[in-house]
Design a protein around this ligand. Structure first.
Ligand SMILES: Nc1ncnc2c1ncn2[C@@H]1O[C@H](COP(=O)(O)OP(=O)(O)OP(=O)(O)O)[C@@H](O)[C@H]1O
Ligand SMILES: O=C(O)C1=C[C@@H](O)[C@@H](O)[C@H](O)C1
Ligand SMILES: [Mg+2]
Length: 171
């Protein structure tokens, strides 16, 4: 069965989009990011969908985007909240799922908490921390591998992800 070489999960600021694109490039594979796919297909921003149609609509689009992205050989980044949905979590069984872990100290510096992340529009640091406490058990349960990105630059994280992917390719 054809499936993504690796699926990246983790909270906003973990580096899923940045690291995922670079890993895909190094592997010579297409990079798919469910957030970007939704934006492209809907022709509007994630924030716009949240504000105009509500989170429930976004989650439905996201689950659908994830479902359609699982049967191709790519590097796949899921939106931060995607694997928290039971419907998406169930789809991940049997796939290589890599949790990019990050703590608030690094995440806050990375994402700057601008308005592009609708869930973090109010009290961004406290909201991120609360969200991560709730989500961490799911990220850990679904992951077949974890890379802690704390204190590591993007290139170091990319190398760690590539090392893992190459190793499991040969196992
Ligand atoms: N290990 C790292 N060290 C320093 N900066 C990083 C690292 N990983 C990512 N960044 C930077 O942090 C910012 C956020 O990264 P990115 O958008 O890839 O996160 P994400 O996990 O895709 O978040 P979201 O769930 O909101 O889509 C980017 O500017 C990126 O360059
Ligand atoms: O963590 C989340 O719930 C989100 C993360 C982003 O990737 C986007 O999917 C959206 O902003 C929601
Ligand atoms: Mg992203």
């Amino acid at each position: 069965m054809v499936s993504p070489r690796v699926i990246l999960i983790g909270p906003p600021g973990a580096g899923k989009s940045t690291v995922g694109a670079m890993v895909a490039d190094r592997l010579g594979l297409p990079f798919v990011d469910t957030d970007a796919l939704i934006v492209q297909e809907q022709q509007r921003s994630v924030s716009d969908i949240f504000v105009v149609d509500g989170e429930e609509t976004f989650r439905r689009l996201e689950a659908d985007a994830a479902r359609r992205s699982l049967d191709a050989e790519t590097v796949l980044a899921l939106g931060g909240g995607a694997p928290i949905q039971d419907a998406v979590a169930e789809l991940l069984a049997g796939h290589r799922v890599l949790f990019l872990d990050v703590a608030i100290a690094d995440a806050s510096g990375r994402i700057g908490f601008d308005q592009s992340r609708p869930l973090l529009a109010v009290n961004p640091r406290a909201t991120w921390s609360r969200m991560m406490t709730q989500r961490r058990p799911a990220y850990e349960r679904l992951a077949t591998w974890v890379v802690d990105t704390a204190g590591k630059d993007v290139e170091t994280v990319v190398e760690e992800v590539l090392a893992h992917v190459t190793k499991v390719d040969h196992d």
